[in-house]
Design a protein around this ligand. Sequence first.
Ligand SMILES: [Zn+2]
Length: 425
Amino acid sequence: MKLLIKDARIISPADKLDQIADILIDGSKILKIGKNIKAGAPKIIDAANKIAVPGLIDMHVHLREPGREDKETVQSGTLAAAKGGVTSVLAMPNTDPAMDSAGNIKLLKDIIQKTANVNVFICGAITKERKGKELVDIAALKKSGALAISEDGNSVDDDNVMFSAFKAAKKAGVPVICHCEDLSLSAGGVINAGFYSTKLGLRGISRESEYKRVSRDINLAKKSGSHIHIAHVSSKESIELIAEAKKTGVNITAETAPHYFTLDESAVEGFDTNMKMNPPLRRKEDLLALRGALKEGIIDIIASDHAPHTENEKEIEFERAAFGVIGLETLLAVSYTELVKTKILDWPQLLMKLTVNPARVLGLKKGLVKEGEDADIAIVSPETEWVVEKEFFLSKSKNSPFINKKLFGLVEYTICKGSIVYSKG
Ligand SMILES: [Zn+2]
């Protein structure tokens, strides 16, 4: 089936494309880009004053299936993704069972095939049952379709196991995504260690628990020559270590999430459990350092770390509440509002971090609006102002730290492999 998008400002930074034109989609591919395309397309989208960008690629998403379908499923999570302009997600492996074998990956692939609304790619675990002891068969996971490995939710404590993982990942040609947390330094903490943990009487998670582990993992990656990707960077010291590693030629990339460059630790003052995540919201100083690192390219990628939790797990005392927040549906708007409206990044620079760079890390031929490529496109009204409400979310869970926040940039349509998977309507 043909679909014609008329008069959009098309921004595709991988090819330095930024022009007003039409896009003709045929089947799952982009057939033609040009001015005044005349085609008998049964469906035409008027995109005047809107921008058409590559569908977002969110490489840090918890879909909770299999195992915790009460929080999210592949179906509900990918509907949320589509609403946020996200056409590809990388599903993290901390499911039940964990993605630690070819058999479990096959199980998830079957669910994806039956119920996903956007592209879902799979990240394998590093150790069996994510217990940190016995390495998975990384080559077998890669063969069954895993694009990366990660122990996300945990860090592998044993240096030898982690070094073996890097060596095997190098051999298999997959990146290792590191959740950097030294539990001996963070144990029991619920918010950033510092002024607010003292003021509120809550146990703190030090920045050290993150950056010490970043430092260890960089050293192991360096020795093995493997591609290391640091997940959800939250602290200034971690940024400094990543910058230094990049200078010395380590094969390293890094991501942060919108809440870390938008909110600081003061947000927990009202004991709102939607402000509880791991790593925690840090100091203003860290927030500003993250913005600088995004501008300078030290941080390559923005990912949501979409972590749905039910109300039962969030609407309880702060200490007992689950860590994590949802983010697929607000990824683009928060990033645009906080980074482009403030002139830290321009549109093409932002889209590098939301589309092109994650595609490169994962080895996907995506993140492009280009003739012949997959028709994964988001159409956005950049200047539409809106307020995030709980009812807005299609995710099964509503634990967003951005409820009541005023944002710019609203996704009007999301097209995945040539099909309209979301329209604001
Ligand atoms: Zn993590």
